[in-house]
Design a protein. Sequence first.
Length: 311
Amino acid sequence: MTVNQTEKNLSTKVSQTALWTALVTPFDQNGEIDFASLSKAAIAQADAGNGILLLGSTGEGLALSLSEQRAIVKHVCELKLSAPIMVAVGGFNLQAQLDWVAECNQLPIDAYLLGTPIYAKPGPVGQTHWFTQLLDAAKAPCMLYNVPSRSGVEVSLLSMKTLQHHQNCWAMKEASGDLNKFLAYRAQCPELALFSGEDAMLPYLASAGAQGLVSVCSNAWPQATHRYVSLSLAGNTQGLFPLWQQAVDALFQVANPIPVKVLMYQQGIIANQTLRAPLTHLELAANNGLAEADNTINQWFSAQNIAQAAV
């Protein structure tokens, strides 16, 4: 179905959410889902005015069983938060993903994140078929996900030029780290809302038409990242890039979500720093700089609050 972006069936919660947090999945010491910490982390995002993305790569989605994925989505839905909820759909078996979408359609889900099939590396024809099937199945607006560093293939520009007209194709998370690629999607896919998947690049991408951010940093700094996104989208970007690049460097010094889970544990947001193998907090050096990054962002946010109060 061909339809303009302005005519697509977007809820107010989805259309007005500029920051989506790719939420971590907390585990206890035995590697089981820590639902108390999950609730605490999700509530912090809702209190900050951020959307919640469940089961993405930051949430270690592919390391979870189907029953665990189901339990996480159901649990967060049952919290009845004000925040919109997006659920990631990823893997390599199309029928399994269609079944997962059909199951999630029965829950109060606000949006889906659709990734390219992992490992298979399909071309434009295969990608168009994959995404069209998922878009047809979804009963909520969908954000497509370009992350070649993880999927092994870029989302084809040729595919996106076609898919952008689908009624359920609302947005794209562009996480290639390539400004030229972002600009190409922006030029060729005017009906898509483009979101940065790179935290530090938002001050630049906002001026190039980005409508928001899908963030890892906001797990640790929900309110500060919300302010950062608001300033970037308003064009008040002076000094933002070097500050947030330092924070991003700390949170991506080893594979995501290792550093952010360690920092959240240090902050007391989650009760353990446990990850699913093959990921482990032992990858981090003792002098990992996380405390310094945390202090820098907190000082910046305090200064922002003082400046705002003085206006």
